[in-house]
Design a protein around this ligand. Sequence first.
Ligand SMILES: [Zn+2]
Length: 164
Amino acid sequence: MTCRDSSMNEAPVVTVPELDMPTKRCAECGQSKPLDSFYLNRHAPDGKTRCCKDCSRRLARQWQEANPGRVRENVRRWRAANPERVREVRQRYLTLHRQEVRARNAAWQAAHPEETRERGRRSYRAHPERQRAASRKWQADHPERAREYKRRWVAKRRAARDGQ
Ligand SMILES: [Zn+2]
């Protein structure tokens, strides 16, 4: 049972004279609270949820903890149905947290060098032209470092060849 269950909505709206403010008794904790302590529920007769926001939040958390599979499934289904929104949300997040995301990615890559190389190879195989274009752009933007990388790469190749 959750607070969205409007059929259980029997708690009357009463006015407490000394507060002169419409209140409602929470069906969960039994406390009389001002109406703005209840979430909106347009299906309920009084337009409010059965229990107060504190109880609603607690019940929602308990439900999620008791039903981890259902939560994951709901999220998965919502994402599948709203790919545009998912992209939007992700894009907004990346824009707002660019530094954090970069730092986190760099930390992950430093901790997983082999997987990082494998991901790079896979990404290159999946979009070779995109990767080549990105690489050309990077080289154009960082000519000094590009020359240095190339010099090192040639030296490494030479050393490997001479070592054989
Ligand atoms: Zn309550």
